[in-house]
Write a protein that binds this ligand. Sequence first.
Ligand code: NG1
Ligand code: ZN
Length: 525
Amino acid sequence: MAQWQEVSEKSKLHPKPVGLVLQYGTAGFRTNADHLDHVMFRMGLLATLRSINTKAIIGVMVTASHNPEEDNGVKLIDPMGEMLTPAWEVYATQLANAEQDHLITVLKDLVQKESIDLTNQEAEVFVGRDTRSSSARLSDAVLDGVTALDGRSKDYGLVTTPQLHYMVCCCNTRGGYGKASVEGYYSKLSQAFIQLTKSAPNRTDDQKCLLVDGANGIGALKLREMEPYLQGALKVSLFCDGTGGKLNHQCGADFVKVQQNSPKGINRCCSFDGDADRIVYYYSDDHGRFHLLDGDKIATLISTFLKELLTKAGLDLKIAVVQTAYANGSSTRYLEDTMKVIVRCAKTGVKHLHHVAQEFDIGVYFEANGHGTVLFSKAAEEKIQQLCDDSEGERQGAATLLKNSVDLINQTVGDAISDMLLIEAILAIKGMTVQQWDAIYTDLPNRQLKVKVSDRRVIDTKDAERKTVSPAGLQEAIDRLVERHQDGRSFVRPSGTEDVVRVYSEAATQESADALGHEVSLAVY
Ligand code: NG1
Ligand code: ZN
């Protein structure tokens, strides 16, 4: 077929370094930007095939999120704005690793396995990118891949990851989720935020102003673009806005979370990551001590707010919080024992949390690092809408707040801008300061370490990564170490985005958490 000839010719312009092996990991492919041109071209091909296969628009986002500026990466977005389905992650890996003369065979195999009919099939791919200096040329390589298979493409240029997820979902639902443009996104979220904060008429100036660390990335650009739509309902002071500093360098959500330190000594502040799908809050107290409000605190604030509204509205909907093993033990205890909410633990990576959250009427999911969102089932949305239409008084008030929250939340994926606005609205409505929010429960001291090993894949885990099954004896060794520390908990797992094994530990004191982390690292090594 002439098409294969063309793909073969064009692929020579995007040669694969011989022997290079990459894996579609926790968040797509990610490595040094110099090694990714062939991967991008091939992901253009894969997205086109996926589009034919699903008869829907597929998204391709060029970003390496919180990684340093020198890195880059790519992730595919499925029709409803969700992450690529696992079976196709396998194809992505096979395609990325096929040597040049084997590429067409791998493609043909895929086409046959998925019974893809290449004749008279329409394909459309949306492409977006972050602000990295390598992103423009890499997204051109994706577009080349789409064209090679005669697919149509729309280049959204510079957008946040969650904005591209939103566009894909909007188009595939024929506008049901909103208007597929950045203006549509800004209007939808701003209107919902303005409506929500109307029920907090006594907001102080302090509550209306927020310091935002844009990680020197795309989030800063887009938040600045969005500000006029908010009509003064939120005044943002941006720093690390990309005008001087380097992407993710000593700023951004990952830096703040892992270093437990702020890029500025400040009052109430939040940090995005490099593609604006993560957010953490923090402040310094009167003694200059740094306080982090991470994904666990965010999930607690949001689920408490929604649960209270459900009670006021008299709506019997099942709400759950989905966390990972990295969730602070105090948060899990508070949610289960005090809030009486269902808590589930999923494997690291938002795609895993997303799927578990879909099992409930309302599923609030957050990774401790601040990546997460809320999902509402179709039935839940309908019941909320019905109550807005049919009820009155306090019940209707609560239902309207729920409806506005649904509109403000980007249900396709974690979204720093949308999460930030929801948190600001909740704090305003509840008349809560960041200090009061922080005081809901006290985090157990914890530590996250990285260990370099010759092959991280020898570590295999079970029970949502909370236990190791191999190598033999490792879990027993961890158990023995944990026993020696009050409130001790520790686990290890191979990272899906870096060539390291991650070690997590928590205990009653920081010294104890640090010691436990160190001891477990030695057991891994
Ligand atoms: P890995 O490298 O697999 O631990 C990290 C984060 C994940 C997720 C992905 C994608 C931690 C401990 N891990 O994954 O939560 O956000 O990156 O960005 O924060
Ligand atoms: Zn990110």
